[in-house]
Design a protein around this ligand. Sequence first.
Ligand code: GDP
Ligand code: MG
Length: 316
Amino acid sequence: MRTSKKVLQEEVDDDEDLLERAPIVTVMGHVDHGKTSLLDHVRRENVIAGEAGGITQHIGAYSVQLEGGKVITFLDTPGHEAFTAMRARGAQVTDIAIIVIAADDAVMPQTVEAINHAQAAGVPMVFAFNKMDRDGANPEKIKEQLANMNILVEDWGGKFQCQEVSAKNGLNIDELLEKVLLESELLGLKANPNRNARGTIIEASLDKGRGYTSTLLVQTGTMRVGDMILAGSNYGRVKAMFNERGVPVEEAGPSHPVSILGLNGAPSAGDSFLVMEDEREVKNVAFKRQQLQREQSIRTQRRRTLEDIGDIIQIR
Ligand code: GDP
Ligand code: MG
């Protein structure tokens, strides 16, 4: 059938249309080393949220504005599964990874895993040596352990930025975020806000009374209420859009996370979405993708059934 692949293909932007965009940051590290505490602190201190007097809702991703006006978008999905699940679906969402290591502990298995994930994805890392308020904190020991993994931090003559912090009392979190911004400048992150939006689904759920709610991250272009979007094998017209504080917004540009209402189902985390003008085309592609999914699940079921029969025969 003639589903124009062209429509789904990425258009190439002219250089002069590209504008600076905020970095998208994921926090990773070993369990109990302070990922959630760090994200919570950043969210609480958020200048924009403070001004609006609102409490940041949990929507899987949020943008924070720093004192100088710069913005950082955090993916609030600590957990390496989320990172790998997204990558497995071909979604490259993270620009920079903050690797949290408790300075009173050590480089642990999930620290190594986090570093491996970031390196495999080619995502630059900034290290946060956390729990500096604790007596046993020994960041030099951590630096040495990292050096043994061929990761040299700046004050050891390497290229990796690191910052001693305390997520508990907020010590040096601003400095950490400044380093993230520096990393972002080096990357020269840009996007064209003046085109149809494209991006990635962060999470989606069925909300009683409100219908399907999807949190998504716009990566290029600008999404507006009323836009027709295709997201994985789901589609719909954006009925309403909210920022991380639950405030309705009319549009969302590059690196902005929003939750939207209007999709006909819940796409999976890591599915890409795009705004398309032709409603028939959107339905067509969504329908074909659904069909493909159904066929695939039938095929795996069949294979399983055959395997089960094989097992039974063997048992006999
Ligand atoms: P996560 O598993 O990496 O998300 O770690 P959490 O943020 O849940 O923190 C694990 C525990 O360490 C909690 O009891 C936190 O209160 C504590 N914690 C986190 N950051 C700090 C810190 O900077 N200093 C101290 N003293 N405790 C911390
Ligand atoms: Mg946690």
